[in-house]
Structures are given as structure tokens and as C-alpha cells.
Design a protein around this ligand. Structure first.
Ligand code: PSU
Ligand code: MN
Length: 306
């Protein structure tokens, strides 16, 4: 007998079935984004935060070739400590699954699997987007086109500062992906609370966010709703520190000819080492804030459908 293509854990399946709040979490953040051993601690802490807020966490990744929605703590520990683990975006999923490999799922692959499993809310750190120089290299994250056809809600702190943020916002517009600021009309810049770009809309409560999500669904629209949740200004990376490290990170990536799916991990790692771990603390703070807000939005959404 063949196994189902996607494994959904008992906890997650029950919660989805009964309409209880569930929050999806990606795995690339701990397989490729954060250094060991902090990666595992952060992954488990995010789950704990979500549980404490009364929601069910569903960490998503590929374990031994099985795309899994609701990895166990043991599986998360294995994935966070595997050296040659694949960074699995959507195009990689069938390959990683068929070859029986481990994979850390990106926002794109995580959103896809979460939606297939009926999970409606997803917390991450920063989204992928348009890389600098994309008009020459065509390097834009598959997160963009995937989110254009995946009706989920993602809570992030904007796109990563390493990207061309203006171009990414233009692509969200083209792809009909609404971007809503949480408590702000300024688009956050991941490590900084204000990227310098203005948003058209903001909401001030999880209930308001839930209304927008229900409205998207009622209209039969298939695009993700992006809720942009800024890091507190007092906890951000000082903007001048960020500008300086970004310039050097991009120059070093160019010098070494880093491209393709290695670009994001390379740049994040450069920034972490160069800021002496300061950016890492901001990254973790951002993620905590997004997990906590996602649990509230999932709860508001589940109350709406009662
Ligand atoms: N945010 C982080 N660290 C990460 C990522 C996001 O703080 O590692 C990951 C996400 O999984 C996102 C991916 O989907 O980077 C984007 O990579 P690319 O630009 O190659 O699509
Ligand atoms: Mn890319």
C-alpha cells in the first residue's frame, strides 16, 4: 500500500478537523537560516510560544522523504543537525520526497504544504522576494509566485533586508498579493522596523486581520494575505549598522559569485557573523513576535468560523 504523499500529525489533523487554531512554521529558518545550536532552541521556542497562546504549532519540513505537517520535536532536532540537508522550495519537493531525503522547507514549500493540510495561518521571519540585480540575474524567490496562488495568511516582518524591497513590493502588487501592516503603515524591513516604504493598509487587531482573511476567502481569491509585523524600534538593528553590513555582504557575494538558492543563506550568514551575533538576536526577536501574533490571528479566525 502506498503512503499518503503528505503526512499530517495527529495533533494538527485533529485541530484542523475541529477548526481549532493552528499555526504553520517553516523549517528553512532552522536548517539554513540560523546557526547551530541556536537554530534548534529557536525552532522549539516558537512552537512553545504558539502552544502557550492556545494554538497548535505545525512545523513543516521533509523528513526522510516524507513532507510532514507537524514534525515531532525529535524530527526537528534531527533536521536542525543534518549537514547535507536540502533547502526545499516547491520545485524541490517532489525530488526530495522521491529520493527519500531530508529537506528544510522554504516559505513557498511550507505555504503549499500547510494549505494542502488545511492550515490557514503561517508565521515566519522574513519572506523571500526580489534579489538586488534581479533585472539581470532573474533571481526572485519562488515565494512570490507561490504566494500568488496559495490562499494562506503569512505573518512576517517584511521581506529580508538583503533584498530589493521596492521591487518586491511592486511584484506583490502585480501578483495581487495584499500586504497589510500590523499597527503601522510603514513596511517593516525585517532587521529594522521601517524599510522606508509606505503601505496602503494597516490593521490594529487580530480580529481585523481575520476579517480580511475571511473576505479574501468569501471572494474566492487564491492569493496569500501578508501581515507585516515590525520588530519593535527599541530592538531593531541600528539602521546605519545594517546599511554598512549590507553593502559589504553584497560585495562579498558578488566577489565569490554566489547565486541561486545559495544567495539567501550566504547573505544571512555574512550578516550574522559580521554583526557579532547582533543581527541574530533581532532575527530571533522578529520570529518570536511573528509566532505570537500568528497564534492570535489563528485564534480570531477560528472564532469567526464558529
Ligand atoms: N527568513 C529567515 N531565514 C531564512 C529564510 C527566511 O530569517 O532562512 C528562508 C525562507 O525559508 C525563505 C527563503 O522562503 O529563505 C528564501 O530563499 P530564496 O531567496 O532562495 O527563495
Ligand atoms: Mn533565488
Amino acid at each position: 500500500m502506498s503512503r499518503p504523499a503528505i503526512h499530517v500529525s495527529g495533533d494538527v489533523a485533529r485541530a484542523v478537523e475541529t477548526g481549532a487554531p493552528v499555526v504553520a512554521l517553516e523549517s528553512t529558518i532552522f536548517t539554513h537560516g540560523l546557526p547551530r545550536p541556536r537554530n534548534l532552541a529557536v525552532a522549539l521556542e516558537a512552537e512553545e510560544l504558539i502552544r502557550a497562546a492556545g494554538a497548535v504549532p505545525a512545523t513543516i519540513g521533509v523528513y526522510d522523504g516524507v513532507p510532514t505537517v507537524g514534525l515531532t520535536a525529535e524530527q526537528i532536532a534531527v533536521l536542525s543537525d543534518t549537514d547535507d540537508i536540502d533547502k526545499a522550495s516547491l520545485r524541490d519537493l517532489p525530488v526530495v520526497a522521491a529520493l527519500g531525503r531530508h529537506g528544510g522547507t522554504t516559505v513557498a514549500a511550507t505555504a503549499y504544504l500547510a494549505n494542502r493540510a488545511g492550515v490557514r495561518v503561517f508565521a515566519t521571519g522574513g519572506l523571500g522576494g526580489v534579489h538586488r540585480g534581479a533585472s539581470e540575474t532573474f533571481d526572485e524567490s519562488a515565494d512570490l509566485t507561490t504566494l500568488a496562488g496559495t490562499p494562506i495568511t503569512i505573518i512576517s516582518a517584511g521581506v529580508k533586508s538583503i533584498l530589493d524591497i521596492g521591487a518586491t513590493l511592486e511584484r506583490f502588487e502585480t501578483l495581487n498579493i495584499p500586504v497589510i501592516g500590523y499597527g503601522t503603515r510603514r513596511y517593516p524591513g525585517f532587521y529594522v522596523s521601517d524599510s522606508g516604504y509606505e503601505l496602503h493598509y494597516s490593521v490594529n487587531s487580530p480580529e481585523e486581520a481575520a476579517k480580511i482573511i475571511s473576505s479574501r476567502d468569501a471572494l474566492g481569491l487564491r492569493q496569500a494575505v501578508l501581515l507585516a509585523n515590525p520588530v519593535e524600534e527599541s530592538r531593531q538593528l541600528p539602521p546605519d549598522v545594517l546599511d554598512d553590513v549590507l553593502r559589504r555582504a553584497w560585495a562579498e557575494a558578488d566577489r565569490q559569485g554566489i547565486g541561486g538558492n545559495a544567495a539567501t543563506p550566504f547573505l544571512l550568514d555574512f550578516i550574522q557573523r559580521d554583526t557579532g551575533g547582533r543581527s541574530l538576536e533581532v532575527n530571533v526577536d522578529v520570529y518570536r513576535g511573528n509566532a505570537a501574533l500568528a497564534a492570535k490571528v489563528a485564534t480570531a479566525l477560528s472564532a469567526e468560523s464558529d
